[in-house]
Design a protein around this ligand. Structure first.
Ligand SMILES: [Zn+2]
Length: 379
């Protein structure tokens, strides 16, 4: 999953071009607390509301009544580099947090060093594979000029404490997430290797052993899934706070998540059959309504409802799996169309449906029949 904790309701007017020489300093009051943000205004709404990005790429949606002061200076807006990001994170996460840096990631952790390194190696492997996957299909991804951040807590309790503010009650059922607002992946040590009783179990080989058990499949899949969202939103495939249909953003993350537990890193294949989602989809087929494809591609409602979400995720995987294999050119063109979506401009369900039909053909019923025929052959 991914979270958009703050509902954006800016009345859109101007999307500002990035200006090299200007830092916006905005003071605001939120829930009685003063907050100061220095960053770049990305969108200014008609009513004075702002969407700002700070130097750690956290997005701030500010309503006009919250703003107490707004000034600009002529300094160059700079994103934090990896050392500055590491310093900010250890400062923010009070306690025994340390930092493990890799080529593209800053991993802030209070669990064992071995687990942080295991995550770093997995992320880097995914980073490379994700880039070459899209390159081979004709989409050259960006190389982000900022570090990608992952927070790894030592146990469920400390993770829940941190994520409560963003996830609320959902914290109990979510073992890791990518936040569109903070741009971070947050999770906890799934091996429990840092617990006192397991202290001796923290070598890389032991982590591999623990996470290669069949019952670890979903947990490893979750790490890959969330890290895939982060890559998509940081390498130019998708834009945070732009209107990316969930059947695509979730479908792609699920497409990549299939772990390979026999591999040392826990993952090596892209786009293998996701048996967990396939099983869910097969179950859904028994009661799948005739307009299921239409509702899936028209809006995000089925994903937002806890009762219908598991089936929507399964169908999103199945649909992407089908389109990537049977309509690769069309799927790429549609992916590029979404990559150009602008901040805070939301399509109506009819517009989304039209864009889908323009990409994949106007006859949804015919496409649906072909889709179901294809998925029935998948083993
Ligand atoms: Zn997701």
């Amino acid at each position: 999953m991914l979270t958009r904790t703050q509902q954006i309701c800016l009345l859109l007017t101007t999307i500002l071009p990035p200006s090299a020489l200007a830092v916006d300093h905005v003071s605001l009051k939120r829930d009685g607390q003063p907050i100061h943000i220095s960053g770049e205004v990305l969108v200014e709404a008609q009513d004075g509301g702002l969407l700002l990005m700070d130097s750690s790429r956290v997005l701030w949606a500010v309503t006009p009544d919250e703003i107490t002061r707004h000034e600009k200076d002529q300094q160059e807006f700079k994103l934090l580099d990896e050392d500055e990001m590491a310093a900010q994170l250890t400062n923010e996460l009070t306690g025994q947090f340390r930092v493990h840096k890799t080529a593209h990631y800053v991993i802030c952790y209070n669990t064992s060093e071995a687990y942080a390194k295991w995550c770093g190696a997995l992320f880097e492997r995914l980073y490379r594979a994700f880039g070459s996957y899209w390159k081979n299909r004709g989409f050259e991804l960006d190389e982000p000029k900022w570090p990608l951040v992952a927070l790894v807590f030592d146990d469920r309790q400390s993770y829940a404490q941190y994520s409560q503010a963003e996830l609320g009650d959902a914290t109990a059922s979510i073992i890791g997430y990518f936040s569109l607002r903070t741009n971070r992946v947050t999770m906890y040590d799934l091996t429990g290797a840092n617990r006192a009783a397991n202290r001796g179990l923290s070598s890389a080989a032991q982590i591999t052993r623990i996470l290669s058990r069949p019952e670890a499949e979903r947990t490893v899949a979750t790490i890959i899934h969330e890290a895939t969202h982060q890559l998509a939103f940081n390498r130019g495939l998708q834009t945070r706070y732009a209107d990316i249909p969930l059947w695509v953003s979730e479908g792609i993350a699920i497409y990549f998540e299939t772990p390979d537990l026999r591999s040392k890193s826990g993952w090596r294949n892209i786009g293998g059959v996701n048996h967990v989602r396939l099983k869910d989809f097969r179950r859904y087929l028994r009661s799948r309504p005739a307009d299921s494809l239409t509702t899936l591609v028209s809006d995000d409602q089925r994903f937002r409802n806890a009762r219908t979400a598991p089936e929507a995720y399964a169908e999103a995987w199945a649909l992407n799996y089908f389109l990537i294999r049977q309509y690769p050119k069309e799927h790429l063109a549609y992916t590029k169309l979404l990559a150009d979506k602008k901040l805070l401009l939301y399509d109506s369900p009819a517009e989304r449906r039209e864009q889908f039909q323009e990409a994949f053909g106007g006859d949804l019923q015919q496409l649906d029949e072909e889709f179901l025929r294809y998925i029935r052959t998948v083993r």
